[in-house]
Design a protein around this ligand. Sequence first.
Ligand SMILES: *Cc1c(COP(=O)(O)O)cnc(C)c1O
Length: 403
Amino acid sequence: MSLAINGGTPVRTKPFAQWPVFGELEQQTLLNVLNSGKWGGVGGTFNGEEPYIPRFEREFAKYQNANYGVSCVNGTVAITVALQAAGVKPGDEVIVPPYTFIATATAALAFGAIPVFADIEEDTLLIDPDKVEQAITPKTKAIIAVHVAGAPANMTRLLEIARKHNLALIEDAAQAVGAQWEGKGVGAIGDLGTFSFQSSKNLNAGEGGIVLMNEKSLWSAAWSICNVGRIPDGGWYQHEVLGQNYRITDIQAALLLAQMTRLEEQMQCREANVALLNRLLGEIEGISLLKQDPRITRHANHVYLFKLSSDFARKANKEEFIRKVNAEGIPVFYGYVPLNRTNAVLSATKDWLGEERVYDCPVCERLCASEALMLSQNVLLSEEQAMYDIAEALEKVIRSYDE
Ligand SMILES: *Cc1c(COP(=O)(O)O)cnc(C)c1O
C-alpha cells in the first residue's frame, strides 16, 4: 500500500470532530448577560439575580472538590496568581517539569521567580517526584505539578515532599478539567490549583482561567491579586497589596456555565475513544503506550499522548514520521519541546539572575526528540471510526519502514 505522502490514497479524508460545541443554551446565557448591561464582573446583581461570575466560581470549585475559586483572565495568569498567593517572591525558586506548555515556567518568570526543572518519568511523561526532591535548594519555595494531557501527576508523593520541605504545592491543571487522583478532583489536592479556559482546552470560553484552593486565607490573597490589591471587605480605593486587574467578564462566566453542562457527556466520549485507541495502538509493534497510575481515578483525556517504541524510534526520524502520518489525514503533532532548552525561558532566567543557568533533563529531551507524539483534543470527540482510522494510518506508516 503506497503512502499518501508518495501519492497513495490517504487512510482518512473525513474531518475530525468540530470544536467548540455549543447551542441554544450558550446563545441564551450570552443574551442574558448582554441584556443585563452588567458585562464586567465586580459584585452587584442584575434583575435581582446573582451575576454569572460568582456562580461559575462556586460551581467549578465544587466540581473539582475545592472550597474556593477565583476566576481570572487566563491559565497563565492563574499560575502567576497562585504562586504569588502562596507567598513566592522574586528570586525564589519554583520546581517545574520541562514537558508542559511554556506558561508553567513563564508564569514564575513574569515576576522574577525562577523556574528550576525536574525531569519527567519515562513511562508517564509527568514530573518525576525523585527528581523534584533532588532539585530542592534553600531557595525553593514551591513545586508546580502539571497534569499533562489530563493525567494527574503523582500527587501523593508530591504532597509528601512539599510538606516535608515546607514548600507550596501548586497544580497546573489547565489540561485536567474533571480529572481525579484517588477519587478527589485535581486542583485543590495541593495548596492551589489552576485551570485554563482558552479555546483549545476541554472547557472553553475563548479565554479565561481560575485558581482553586481550600484555605480561606489563600482565597483572599488570590482575590486581592486579581482585584488590584483590594481586600474582600475593603473599600473601592483601598489597596493593601500589589495586585493587577486580572478579572474575567460575565460573558465568559456565562459561556463557561453553559459549557459545563456538556462536560460529562464529552468526558465519556473521550473516555470511550481513549479506551479503544489504547486497545488498537497497544497491538501495533512500534508504538508504546503511556503507563497510567491506578490512583488516577479519572483522566481528563485532553489530548492523547503516546510514544514510538525505542526500537522503532531508532530507525525512524520523528519529524518525517509525523509528515507521513499527517499525509494519511491524521493530526499527529510533535508535542511539547523541552522547556529547559527553550530560549525564552533561558534568556528570562538570565535577565533575572544576571547569570546563565543550565538544566539537563535527559529523559524529556530524548522523548521529545524521538518518541513522544500527540493527537489534538478534538480528535477524542470524534466518532468511533476515527480511532480505527488513526490506528490504521499509524500501522501503515510504521510498516512502510520494513519495506
Ligand atoms: C494552556 C495551558 C496553560 C496556559 O493557559 P492559557 O489560558 O492559555 O494562558 C498553562 N499550562 C498548561 C499546562 C496549559 O496547557
